[in-house]
Ligand binder design. Structure first.
Ligand SMILES: [Cu+2]
Length: 161
């Protein structure tokens, strides 16, 4: 079969780009510990009472390891009582926090400023990501998925101290 010279260049270019993407993915997985966020489990968003999300909040597992259960709804992140509105989640420097987040109404986003946490919150699915907070500071959690009229006021704060 005869392949045109220009077509051959295009095939080579496309193969090279795809190979570079595959190599970058493998390097990210193997050396940088980057993991794709994946849904952990499903829940019925109309029936939160039966799930861990009935009491959102921060739980200390051991030492510097924490879990945070957060419910996203139009247009706020609910992270438990006593954290303010919008909530401020406080963690000591060096904490490793696993966030479990779900949405009860429409698609929302969950992105933590300056950290590699970026979840898409699909109603009925539990999204999970683990973040280590090594630097003291104030970091915003924002909804980065347009979710309606109050989207721009949907945020929370993480205070690392
Ligand atoms: Cu939004």
């Amino acid at each position: 079969m005869e392949i045109n010279r220009i077509e051959r260049y295009w095939l080579l270019a496309v193969t090279t780009v795809l190979g570079a993407f595959a190599a970058a993915t493998i390097v990210a997985l193997a050396f940088f510990g980057i993991r794709l966020p994946s849904p952990v489990d499903r829940i019925d968003p109309r029936n939160l009472e039966q799930t861990e999300f009935a009491r959102p909040g921060i739980r200390q597992l051991s030492g510097n390891r924490y879990e945070a259960y957060i419910v996203a709804k139009s247009w706020a992140f609910e992270a438990g009582p006593g954290l303010g509105n919008p909530p401020t989640l406080r963690f000591p420097v060096g904490s490793e926090v696993t966030f479990y987040v779900t949405s009860v109404d429409v698609m929302h986003g969950f992105q933590i400023e300056d950290h590699t946490a970026n979840l898409e919150l699909v109603p009925g699915q539990i999204a999970r990501t683990t973040v280590r907070f090594n630097r003291p500071g104030k970091y915003s959690i924002i909804c980065n998925h347009y979710c309606g009229a109050g989207h721009h006021v949907m945020y929370a704060t993480i205070q690392v101290e």
